[in-house]
Design a binder for this molecule. Structure first.
Ligand SMILES: CC(C)(COP(=O)(O)OP(=O)(O)OC[C@H]1O[C@@H](n2cnc3c(N)ncnc32)[C@H](O)[C@@H]1OP(=O)(O)O)[C@@H](O)C(=O)NCCC(=O)NCCS
Length: 148
């Protein structure tokens, strides 16, 4: 397994980023200011994580996704660990916003994140079409924070 830091030609990764965030317009809002961390298995792209610096003490995971055939092998967890180690020297907090999905929230809490607040109706007001995950329409954006 290999993790590469990507700072140029980031649009080459649009396909995998669309798994974590299905609206290209939303991706384009954060792609330029984000660094991508791409995880490869035997030189094949398996997972991606987009990270943006928010202020002097906070970095945000803007996107985290694994191709279906590489899920449940610890790839997204490895990316979270990598990002925590990378940023912990210079930043205090790692934050992220996600849909209200029990599996996703459980996953992040297992990795040391705690819920801080929610943005009511974020997915309804900011996306051009309804977003469904595991058969449930996403409405609020749940924010989580981890102390690095
Ligand atoms: C969430 C996601 C990135 C996890 O990737 P992964 O490489 O399989 O992650 P890992 O192998 O490190 O961990 C697997 C864990 O993810 C959990 N998980 C998190 N979100 C999940 C979801 N929406 N559906 C199913 N499982 C999910 C699994 O339950 C499993 O938990 P466990 O470790 O307690 O068994 C991947 O399922 C994915 O790309 N989902 C679609 C995009 C998405 O929902 N992104 C997260 C919001 S930004």
């Amino acid at each position: 397994m290999q993790i590469k830091e990507i700072t140029t030609n980031k649009t080459d990764y649009t396909d995998i980023l669309l798994i974590g965030d299905e609206d290209k317009k939303m991706i384009n809002k954060y792609l330029e200011q984000s660094t991508l961390y791409a995880l490869y298995k035997n030189n094949v792209l398996a997972s991606i994580c987009a990270v943006a610096e928010i202020d002097n003490e906070t970095v945000e995971i803007k996107n985290l996704a694994t191709y279906p055939e590489y899920r449940n092998e610890g790839n997204a967890s490895a990316l979270i660990d990598f990002v925590c180690n990378k940023y912990k020297t210079n930043f205090k907090y790692l934050i992220l916003g996600t849909g209200e999905n029990i599996n996703t929230l459980k996953f992040y809490k297992k990795h040391g994140f705690q819920e801080t607040h929610k943005l009511k109706n974020f997915f309804i007001e900011n996306y051009s079409h309804p977003i469904f995950e595991d058969g449930k329409q996403l409405k609020d954006m749940i924010y989580l924070k981890k102390i690095l």
